[in-house]
Design a protein around this ligand. Structure first.
Ligand code: ATP
Ligand code: LTN
Length: 333
């Protein structure tokens, strides 16, 4: 991996099964960037424990997620794939950066407010300081670009603020990263409650499509997707959130524009449209599911990927951490 390439970092919490939302909003773009950039993709297990996880389940979903990263087209030879807790420098820089992150800033984070409202019994300090650790994840690789869905934009913005604050005090230390958010698919909504984001922690039956879902389950979920009492396939997110969400999904999975979709389904009603969207999603996910299931049978291969990934990631990460420790005045070892 050469030094002159721009750097990308992104990650997903292994807190459950990956959804169509995380694929269209984030992972799909990752694979397309591998040749142009030096890419780091992690499994954010340190972040995952901000919500209570079952230990055995967390181990299992972490491995499954690695298999799915590769199945989604991330070539482990071209991308550095690793588990966040295997590179301790993240937590170390996270602590330092938490001392340069303000209480007021953290209080404004939408994800904190949403997750606190949903889990009133476990509003822990980690959930609150989450953005400081996420800033460390990004800044420790001197990342130029952070490919994420729309919901993470605010976290990339606070990361930029933290980096600028630190650079302002100690001189140029961190590269200021930019979010990279797709034009279509940046916010896939629940199929049952199209006003809410499709999310792996959402327990509403039929709202979520998972990457490893069977084709017949995917088709059924789309047939039952909530639309409206009108019958026109038209892109209008404010008045027709269900149909507009299906159009977004179809646009990305079938490679069509909204105008093409509107024309193709003019006068046809929702039944045909929902079937077409379901079929396009089935065909998009079919190779991913098959590849992921195959890889899950080869634990040694997956282990090889995350071990090599952590070694490579740690080399870069430790360089930034040393620089930061020196700047803040820690005595060298
Ligand atoms: P959780 O429910 O545990 O908070 P999540 O399903 O919301 O998880 P994340 O792990 O937070 O997913 O997100 C993984 C990546 O996928 C992030 O970059 C996020 O922005 C993106 N993403 C998640 N859900 C969607 C969605 N519905 N539409 C588009 N992008 C999404
Ligand atoms: N907060 C993200 C996961 C995440 C991340 C990151 C994404 C943790 N660290 C660094 C991009 C860059 C989420 O909840 N999806």
């Amino acid at each position: 991996m050469s030094d002159d390439k721009k750097i990308i970092l992104s990650g997903i919490q292994p807190s459950g099964k990956l959804t169509l939302g995380s694929y269209l909003g984030a992972i799909k773009n990752w694979a397309e960037l591998a040749d142009e950039y030096d890419c780091y993709y992690m499994l954010a297990d340190l972040h995952a424990i901000t919500a209570r996880q079952d230990p055995a389940e967390l181990r299992r979903t972490t491995l499954e997620q690695i298999a799915q990263y590769v199945a989604c087209g991330l070539d482990p030879e071209k991308n550095t794939i690793f588990i966040q807790s295997h590179v301790p420098a993240h937590a170390e820089l996270g602590w330092v950066l938490s001392c340069y992150t303000m209480f007021g800033e953290l209080s404004r984070m939408t994800q904190f407010k949403d997750k606190s409202a949903k889990n009133a019994e476990n509003i822990n300090a980690g959930l609150f300081t989450y953005p400081a650790l996420m800033a460390a994840d990004i800044l420790i690789y001197q990342a130029d670009l952070v490919p994420v869905g729309d919901d993470q934009k605010q976290h990339v913005e606070i990361c930029r603020d933290i980096a600028q604050r630190f650079n302002g005090i100690y001189g140029e230390t961190f590269k200021i990263p930019e979010p990279f958010i797709p034009k279509v698919g940046a916010r896939v909504m629940s199929l049952q409650e199209p006003e809410n984001k499709m999310s792996k922690s959402d327990k509403t039956a039929g709202g979520c499509i998972y990457l490893l879902d069977k084709p017949e389950d995917i088709l059924r979920a789309f047939k039952r997707a909530v639309t409206d009492s009108d019958t026109v396939v038209r892109y209008d997110p404010a008045n027709k959130p269900g149909v507009s969400n299906l159009m977004q999904i179809y646009a990305v999975c079938a490679g069509k524009t909204f105008a093409e979709i509107e024309n193709a389904f003019a006068g046809k009603g929702y039944g045909d449209f929902k079937t077409a969207v379901g079929e396009a999603v089935v065909e998009t996910l079919r190779p991913i599911r098959e590849k992921a299931l195959e890889l899950l049978g080869d634990k040694a291969y997956l282990e090889g990927i995350y071990k090599a990934g952590a070694e490579r990631a740690a080399r870069t990460a430790n360089r930034t951490l040393s620089k930061v420790y020196k700047k803040v005045g820690f005595v060298a070892k």
